[in-house]
Design a binder for this molecule. Structure first.
Ligand code: SF4
Ligand code: SF4
Length: 362
């Protein structure tokens, strides 16, 4: 009996159920079915669990909570069993000297993944230390022998909300320059994105293809707006303007500040909470938490940010439609509503079709 069969027997899992589980896992991670044989092979070789050093910077522990909150017994639990969390300040059993010894031993052994949850302060050495070391030094040291470094959540990837404060917070990419960096943003991260990325490495012995912001294209390659369940409402010019309206409850949230037309993520297809829901289905506009612009610091920050979260977007362009300005759409909509004209006039405006007869804005 090989080590995988022994491990399955210990857990009371039959091999046939295990194969079904692998198929479900691949689907849950947002990967194609073609990955199943590779995943089984990876698990069979899985005696070598990828070691993880999880460092926390300026964070709220939301990404840890998200990552370990899957259904029981969910696919992610099996994946967790396959990873080796050598150092994680929130969930590890060890503490003090014992914890730091495990940390040092993992770095000495090498080949691990470093995960940064939270951002790194850089303006002042008073901020954010762990084990007596500044976080920026701790990250640089842990990365020296690592396979790759993961910037987790909006903060670990791009500085996130702490970047709006006085600490000059940055993501891991700004500190680690000589190792592959993968950004898995979101506020918080979706567990699919984390475990899927690590499993991809296990299966193919290489990191997934990344986009210009170092995000895996398998999860962040498509515009949310293109896959949104409310896209038909957008096309018809049906924009929610009254939170209390029953009629408008599943209308497009553009005028309520939705950043979907500027946000790359698979939230609408892969969903959250083990495939249950996501922001827009729950009635909330997308706040663009997977984009570097998610939380900029206003005047103190040169980035053009998405905050405040309910602020309408500046103009944006869509393929086949051209430039759209949410403020302008809002004004046009207010005008046609006052004039008792149907929402299709707004749809014409957003498509750039001028319609004087129905009061469309030029
Ligand atoms: S603007 Fe937002 S709610 Fe409207 S279709 Fe696009 S992503 Fe969906
Ligand atoms: S829908 Fe938008 S705000 Fe919600 S998790 Fe996805 S990217 Fe973030």
């Amino acid at each position: 009996m090989d080590s995988l069969d022994k491990a399955l027997e210990k857990k009371g899992i039959k091999r046939r159920d295990f194969l079904k589980l692998m198929t479900a896992t691949v689907a849950a991670l947002g990967l194609s079915e073609a990955y199943v044989p590779k995943m089984v092979e990876a698990v069979e070789k899985g005696v070598k669990k990828p070691a993880i050093i999880w460092i926390k910077g300026q964070d709220c522990t939301g990404c840890t909570t998200s990552a370990i909150s899957s259904l029981d017994p969910g696919p992610a639990e099996i994946i967790l069993d396959l990873l080796s969390f050598r150092y994680h300040e929130t969930i590890m059993a060890a503490s003090g000297k014992q914890a730091l010894e495990a940390y040092d031993a993992t770095i000495k052994e090498g080949g691990h993944f470093v995960v940064l949850e939270g951002s790194i302060p850089v303006t002042d050495d008073r901020y954010c230390k762990s084990g007596g070391k500044l976080i920026k030094d701790k990250i640089a040291h842990a990365a020296e022998t690592a396979t790759a470094v993961i910037g987790l959540g909006a903060c670990g990837a791009y500085g996130g909300i702490p970047a709006a404060g006085p600490t000059g917070a940055v993501g891991v990419d700004a500190i680690v320059k000589d190792k592959p960096v993968i950004n898995l943003p979101g506020c918080p991260v979706n567990p699919r994105w984390l475990f899927g990325t690590v499993m991809h490495y296990l299966m193919f012995n290489e990191l997934p293809e990344l986009d210009e912001y170092k995000r895996p294209k398998i999860y962040f390659g498509n515009l949310l707006h293109d896959n949104c369940p409310r896209r038909g409402r957008f096309e018809r010019g049906e924009f929610l303007t009254d939170w209390n309206s029953d009629e408008q409850k599943d209308w497009c949230l553009l005028l309520m500040g939705c950043k979907g037309p500027k946000t790359y993520t698979d939230c609408a297809q892969g969903l959250w909470n083990d495939g249950v829901n996501f922001c827009i289905n729950a009635g909330s506009p997308c706040s663009g938490c997977t984009q570097p612009e998610f939380y900029a610091a206003g005047e103190a920050d040169s980035r053009v940010g998405f905050s405040p979260l309910y602020k309408r977007q500046d103009s944006f362009a869509l393929p086949g439609i051209g430039g759209i300005d949410a403020e302008k759409v809002g004004k046009v909509m207010a005008g046609v509503t006052a004039a008792g004209i149907g929402a299709h006039a707004v749809a014409n405006v957003i498509r750039g079709k001028k319609n004087n007869e129905e009061g469309g804005d030029k």
